[in-house]
Design a protein around this ligand. Sequence first.
Ligand code: NOJ
Length: 545
Amino acid sequence: MANQAKWWQKAVFYQIYPRSFSDSTNTGVGDLRGIINKLDYLKELGIDGIWISPFFPSPQEDCGYDITDFGSVNPEYGTMKDFEELLKKSHKNDIKIILDIILNHTSAQHPWFLESKKDQTNEKKDWYVWRDGRGKSGKKPPNNWNSMIGGSAWEWCEERKQFYLHQFLTFQPDLNWRNPDVQIAMFNYIRFWLDKGVDGFRLDIIQTLFEDKHFKNNPKSWRFFPSHNTNEALFQKPKYTQFLPETIEVCRKLRELVSSYSPERMLVGEAAGNPQMIKPLYGKNGDGLHLSFNFKFAGQPFSARKFRRVLEETQEILPEPYWPCYVFSNHDSNRLISRQKQNIEKAKLLAILLLTVRGTPFIYYGEEIGMLQAKVPKEKQLDPISKIKIWGIPLGARYGRDGCRTPMQWDDSPINAGFSKKSKIVPWLPIGQNKSINVKSELSDEKSMLTYFKKLIKVRKQYEALQIGQLDVSEDSNSDLLIYKRTFQKQQLTILLNFSSKIQNIATINKVKQIFSTKLFKEQKDVSDEITLEPFEGIIVEQMK
Ligand code: NOJ
């Protein structure tokens, strides 16, 4: 591993939801120039790469994950020139840019779909997954496949008199990956952005590209609610709709394509499932995706034992040369600190975990200042998922995603928290309730979450052991503690995390030096042979020679 460590293994990534990051044009909608204006902030924070959620032309029915043109910039967000400038300036600051590409589906308003749905003989007739219905009327869905958010994955099209497949929402028809022309077109878009110099892609619901060619029914499952342990949900096991060998083969081809570019580019897959399920996406002998998100951190209760289990399981399933990729939150999940009932100490403990385990960490915008899940009033909710009902049960309360997508809080101005340049501009989603959580005030506060994140990222950068070192998880002798070692050449660090509200005293065999603590004021400590951890404290110690 030593000298061959890759940039995407060492990097700390930061996810930007462009609509909500920074509005440079006073439209109430974030834009690319807004990101350019904040590059100094990101550089200061210490991140190495940005994943930008989709900024392509889109009717915004699913906030950009419904695309009508994969090769240009939605004018709401700026121009291609702005993007090129963003890329250039980011690179100048040693920040990589990865784009969010949706290979599985397009918007139902994409010109390809508008053509495809006209009749059964048009030029694009095989670009989407079309199928005759069953029953006398022919209006019964072709099989039992569910969409990922519930209900049939098939939608009737009166114009064409057939059903089309949508593994996600009805206005996101699935492309037909069995059609070579579709593959060529989508690969050309990837090439287009690689030629521009982007550093890689986050691949949206990559596990769903192909479906069974005989359209076999999916088996039943007892599980209703989705979870991070499995991809079974809504009483169905997606055996014939997810992780098909043909999908794995496309991952291999994508790797082949990006590998022909220099400097090295990176692919990270988004696929719901446990480490065992996502492993095939990495390919055989590393010929597939570089990374695939492990969402299991996000799904754990606050328990040392549970996190230990995730680490052990991930180590077991993804040993060298595989490289894990951890994440606690993103634009689809409730904000981390709110999931911890606004307990800042707990959120800090989880941040140290994220940034010190073996794997690439992704931080969601706003988490570095401790932004809370916002309460977005019903009439202002825009996420289509909020409005969906499954068997009469509204998904909004549990799965609505507006509350984690509200504007970045740059200062405490009442209407838009400094998100737009002018203070009176009303943003596209209302800002969060707690305005005292903002960049401006935290920048000058020694004890703020922002100061904490900066110091934590800095420490990670100082020690190669934290970035690429071997991970050894200690035995489970105290259920309140999670202890693991990171070793690289002569560097030996131990991370001790106290998941309890009790003080913990730990005797060490060798003398250690404390180099970091979640309680910033006691960050550095002299060599000693006993460690005391305060409630919910996490520390990093270095083994003395
Ligand atoms: C996963 C994305 O993260 C989510 O925001 C989106 O709605 C679906 N894929 C569909 O593209």
